[in-house]
Design a binder for this molecule. Structure first.
Ligand code: CIZ
Ligand code: SF4
Length: 351
């Protein structure tokens, strides 16, 4: 049972002591989250992990996050993902073969290594971060995407943004780029489904990827909320569709959403467009201040891969570590890690 697993987690952690640090992303379920040493978004967690003295970085989150922790941590530290099946469906929408093909196809119209800066959202595999490191590109997160676009356009005239079209479009829009100068690159079509003219005219090429969780939030959820609660405040994650972000009062990363609502005035009502575990936890935390926090979708909407990290997997992982067996080690190959770190470091130097 989950309760028994909870007790096993506490016992194994007592045996491991300071040898293991337990990181939990905001989207983790409550019965895992309560065991966290450190909580945050993916980047904050990876940075905190690398500053700790722990030998084992146990990352309760998804695969790309454990990869970033491995890349940014010291060589002797070991990144662990309690369930190897905890991926990210958005990250999976772009793979290296497709991005390389895209780069080659763009090369028939222009000279990509001189004219396009590749920008990858942190929600991507390490080999794509390495691609960006190698081709003069950079990583971004949902908290720094507009700053990163400034840097990217200072290098070259165009940006290829992957895998999340929504974060790319919203960030471009915030920078004042007209919507008709942003084109969707569909990796399943030849030349992304674009003509050479449209490629030449585009400022941003948006990879046709999205988050299956955030696409559930709909404009009509906001419209209904506004008609029922005219004083209510709407806040969304930039992985939501453009019209949802556009109709929101605030748009930002998980850290931004948490901070904005916590710092907001008492006795307010909020509609929040991001993952349900975060929203439920936040609602509990701020209700004493008279703040009502509502979830944007009418259906249950969790990240199914984040949910895979459950107490049973965590208990099993920690017990193995305590017995001296390293399980579910996430280790990025050195050549790839070096180039991925170049792209990550460009971002870290800007924030
Ligand atoms: O970078 C993260 O942790 C993710 C996936 C979202 C966010 O907005 O923090
Ligand atoms: Fe990936 Fe979406 Fe889950 Fe975040 S919420 S890990 S972007 S599938």
């Amino acid at each position: 049972s989950d309760k028994a697993a909870g007790e096993r987690i506490v016992a194994a952690r007592a045996r491991l002591g300071k040898r293991a640090v337990l990181l939990c992303h905001h989207y983790q379920r409550a019965d895992v989250y309560r065991h966290a040493d450190l909580t945050g978004d993916s980047l904050k967690l990876a940075r905190l992990a690398s500053q700790s003295d722990a030998e084992f970085i146990v990352f309760c989150g998804v695969h790309f996050m454990a990869e970033v922790a491995d890349i940014l941590s010291r060589p002797e530290q070991i990144a662990i993902l309690p369930d190897l099946a905890a991926g990210c469906s958005m990250a999976d929408m772009a793979n290296l073969a497709k991005v390389e093909r895209c780069w080659r196809e763009l090369g028939t119209v222009l000279n990509p290594d001189e004219e396009i800066t590749p920008v990858t959202y942190i929600n991507s595999a390490a080999d794509l971060k390495a691609f960006c490191g190698e081709h003069g590109g950079i990583v971004c997160t949902s908290s720094n995407a507009t700053t990163i676009l400034d840097w990217a356009f200072a290098q070259r005239g165009k940006v290829l943004f992957f895998p999340d079209q929504h974060l790319g479009r919203w960030s471009g829009f915030k920078k004042g780029i007209p919507l008709d100068e942003m084109e969707i690159w569909n990796p399943d079509l030849e030349m992304g489904g674009l003509t050479p003219e449209r490629i030449r005219k585009a400022k941003i090429l948006l990879w046709a990827g999205h988050c299956s969780v955030h696409q559930m939030f709909q404009l009509n959820n906001i419209q209904r909320f506004r008609s029922e609660h005219p004083q209510g405040i709407v806040i969304s994650h930039p992985e939501c569709a453009f019209e949802v972000c556009h109709a929101s009062d605030y748009v930002g990363s998980t850290e931004y959403i948490l901070n904005t609502i916590k710092a907001g005035p008492p006795n307010t009502r909020w509609l929040v467009g991001t993952e349900l575990n975060l929203v439920d936890r936040l609602a509990e935390e701020v209700k004493a201040e008279g703040k009502i926090v509502q979830f944007m979708a009418t259906n249950i909407c969790m990240c199914s891969t984040m949910q895979r990290i459950d107490p049973q997997h965590l208990a099993w992982t920690l017990e193995n570590l305590a017995e001296g067996r390293v399980v579910n080690h996430i280790s990025v190959p050195p050549h790839e890690a070096r180039l991925a770190k170049v792209a990550l470091q460009r971002m870290l130097d800007l924030s």
